[in-house]
Design a protein around this ligand. Structure first.
Ligand code: UTP
Length: 408
């Protein structure tokens, strides 16, 4: 894109301040900025004006889950079906590791955080160890796709190399980079990270399949015969991946997607709860839980919205292309955004000063006709690390690992 075209595009979106330093840039810097302007979707920024009304909710109703007692009864059958699918190469795993992990307060990728006490135990290592359990059980490698972002790709791939993939077969590991989205002030004006770069942030956990398509990963996995993708978050160090029983249950019930859920520990716990929305499977985020929903009871007197999602979903690959073509809802989230100030100097704000624009993987569930909420034992499979201390922290995750006999 030439200067004039870039100027016209920015003028259309009221973003001409992006060119403020253009005159003083070196040739390569000018080129980099023009390319970024060409590739940036400025359309989404205008939505910040209607942030509160952007994603109206439909009619929310409770939905049941396949509970532990039922799973126990069919464990053998489900496990056999799951192992058959894994051995036939039909199951892949997708590690979402593109997030910024800002709550943990480290600039490094979350997965390279060491939670060990007497030895090194990295978050990535814990996930690979868990996946290896299934590899051993099935006697087959499971393709692992790792999503990174521009901000952490080099460090993540170098770390896997340095640690020799923690014993995983590198031939079965594919990295791909997620897309970025511009970040803006409260008026929707993009911030500048440098004089020749618009500030950006990863475009959310929902961008994974689109990015996989863009990098040619989907074509390859189709060729290889992968039919199911188990998407999971980087930060749950007890995460069971490609769990044969879960895979088998999703296949046996002919569900379009399986979602691992845990019993919530309180009606206001900060996890999304499985529900029906306008009769279709959906997830009501904790900040959308009204008092009425929190107090609702089922026929047994249990909380009606009692099953929280843990970001572990098994998607049927053939449905995904259609879902991403439909455009997922946009979520606009307040954020602390480092940026150039009026004098062209970099400032790192102490408080939120603008918005990031994201799509979320949980919104993919609502696009599907059927979903199997599949209960897992909370203390065995859910140890998220969001913060340094307190709830969902390094501390709480260490305690849960130790309870499960994992040496740290
Ligand atoms: P979180 O919602 O915890 O977001 O991500 P985050 O960006 O990692 O952390 P905070 O909010 O800044 O502290 C849930 C999962 O989705 C991935 C994360 O890496 C994590 O596995 N994710 C999130 C992405 O891969 N890309 C994104 O753009 C956002």
């Amino acid at each position: 894109m030439g200067y004039q075209e870039a100027y016209d595009k920015l003028e259309k979106y009221g973003q001409l301040h992006v060119l403020k330093y253009y005159g003083e840039l070196a040739k390569e810097e000018k080129e980099a900025l023009l390319t970024q302007i060409e590739q940036t979707d400025f359309d989404m920024l205008s939505y910040c004006k209607e942030k509160e009304t952007l994603n109206p909710r439909g009619k929310i109703e409770p939905v049941g889950a396949m509970q532990l007692s039922e799973i126990e009864k069919k464990r053998e059958e489900f496990t056999r079906i799951g192992l058959d699918a894994i051995r036939a190469g039909k199951v892949g795993a997708v590690l979402l590791a593109g997030g910024m992990g800002t709550r943990l307060g480290s600039d490094a990728p979350k997965g390279i955080y060491n939670i060990g006490l007497t030895k090194e135990v990295y978050i990535f290592q814990r996930l690979i160890e868990n996946l290896m359990d299934v590899v051993h059980q099935a006697g087959a490698w499971i393709p692992l796709y790792v999503m990174t972002s521009d901000k952490n790709h080099e460090t993540t791939t170098a770390f896997f190399e340095e640690k020799d993939y923690f014993g995983y077969n590198a031939d079965y590991v594919t990295f791909f980079i997620q897309d970025m989205a511009p970040v803006s002030d409260y008026e929707g004006k993009v911030y500048m990270e440098t004089k020749y770069k618009i500030s950006t942030s990863p475009n959310g956990s929902g961008g994974w399949f689109h990015s996989m398509m863009k990098w040619g990963v989907v074509d390859k996995l189709r060729e290889a015969g992968v039919e199911w993708l188990n998407v999971f978050a980087v930060d749950n160090v007890l995460q069971r991946i490609a769990d044969p029983c879960f895979v088998g249950a999703t296949i046996a019930t002919n569900s379009a997607v399986g979602a691992k859920v845990v019993r919530k520990n309180a009606p206001d716990e900060k996890v999304g709860a499985m529900c029906l929305e306008d009769g279709r499977p959906s997830i009501v985020e904790y900040y959308d839980m009204t008092k009425e929903l929190m107090e609702a009871k089922d026929e047994n007197g249990e909380p009606a919205y009692n099953f929280g999602v843990i970001l572990n979903y098994l998607f049927r690959e053939k449905d995904l292309e259609e879902i991403v073509a439909r455009e997922l809802p946009l979520h606009i989230v307040e954020k602390k955004i480092p940026h150039l100030d009026e004098k062209g100097e970099l400032v790192k704000p102490e408080a939120p000063n603008g918005y990031k624009f994201e799509q979320l993987v949980l919104d993919m569930i609502h696009e599907l006709d059927s979903c199997l909420p599949y209960e897992v034992v909370r203390n065995k499979e859910f140890a998220p690390i969001k913060n340094m201390t307190g709830i969902d922290s390094v501390e709480s995750a260490r305690k849960l690992c130790q309870e499960n006999g994992i040496e740290l």
